[in-house]
Write a protein that binds this ligand. Structure first.
Ligand code: ZN
Length: 312
């Protein structure tokens, strides 16, 4: 049992696991919280979307349907292995499921068959929808399966859960078949293996994070530390998840952004906006990337091209 992590912590956990994350719209405040509770959370649920095409899939998961308003999950994992954040808080993904299954997830014991729909899953689970037709034929690219593994592990690592806190929708709600095309047992084995190691640091698309650490000395202020490292107070607060930025203790270790720039290798389908959104956390910063690399035309990107990225 746990309180849900903050939206900032969720984003940070996913990135720390090495995922390429794209923030969509006002995802942090897009939820169904006015319709019911969100939390305590007990696990991570994996789904398939029965859709084709990444852009359309992300949009459907964000807005939902007339009969089932969005968000339909927290993160959408597309076939290229990216995670699009579409909502945060209570989301319409899990529906009612079996309270015996919930008890097993909480106790991290073997799952019983799901034969009841008497417990509110939208309150209890983080949800990832994965782009797949769900017909058992549509392939699951290796990069997508790896992203599912990383996303589930990121949440488990944060909450100190093990792989048994990761379930498929089919294991929760009678009548559901998702995800189809791989087994949840195999995915749990992958998550278990990953949780045994430290998170991989660099995201998809390469590049070094270049962050370093700084040990707080008596008399230091966050503002002075930020200035000395060419960064800002909000960046340090975010990077270190500081709850109370005015209280720094001598000896405390802070993560600080390191190198002035990092390198990014352009992947197929990238735009300056999408790179700025996923790597800098703000699509509007595409102009900084264009300027830094002397790009005359914002549309001229080719796969494999190396770009310098400014500090986050
Ligand atoms: Zn589902």
């Amino acid at each position: 049992m746990a309180d849900p992590m903050s939206a900032a912590a969720f984003l940070k956990a996913l990135r720390a696991e090495g995922l390429t994350v794209v923030e969509v719209g006002d995802w942090r405040n897009h939820n169904r919280n006015r319709k019911g509770p969100w939390g305590p959370v007990h696990g991570v649920m994996i789904h398939h979307t029965v859709t084709k095409g990444s852009a359309r899939t992300v949009e459907i998961c964000r807005t939902g349907y007339a009969s089932l308003p969005g968000p339909l999950c927290h993160g959408v994992i597309t076939k290229d292995g990216r995670v699009y954040l579409v909502g945060y808080g209570r989301a319409n993904h899990a529906g009612s499921g079996d309270d015996d299954v919930l008890a097993a997830v909480i106790g991290e014991t073997a799952l019983p068959a799901d034969n009841e729909a008497n417990s509110d899953g939208n309150r209890s689970f983080y949800g990832f929808e994965c782009e797949n037709l769900g017909d058992g034929k549509d392939p699951w690219p290796a990069v997508q399966l790896e992203a599912i593994e990383k996303a589930a592990a990121a949440v488990c690592r944060y909450h100190k859960w093990n792989e048994r806190s990761v379930i498929g929708h089919s294991e929760w709600q009678p009548g559901k078949v998702d995800p189809r095309g791989f087994t949840m047992a195999s995915m749990r084995a992958r998550v278990a293996k990953r949780l045994g190691k430290k998170p991989s640091s660099s995201g998809g698309g390469s590049g070094s994070s270049g962050s370093g650490s700084y040990t707080v000395r008596a008399g230091d202020t966050l503002w002075a530390i930020a200035r000395a490292h060419g960064t800002t107070v909000p960046t340090l607060v975010d990077l270190n998840d500081l709850r109370n930025p005015s209280k720094l203790a001598p000896g405390q270790k802070l993560r600080v952004p390191g190198a002035a720039t990092t390198t990014y290798t352009v992947a197929r389908g990238d735009t300056l906006w999408s790179i700025a959104a996923s790597r800098l956390g703000d699509g509007n910063r595409w102009r900084e990337i264009a300027k830094l690399n002397g790009l005359p035309d914002a549309d001229e990107l080719s796969p494999g091209q190396k770009l310098k990225l400014p500090k986050k």
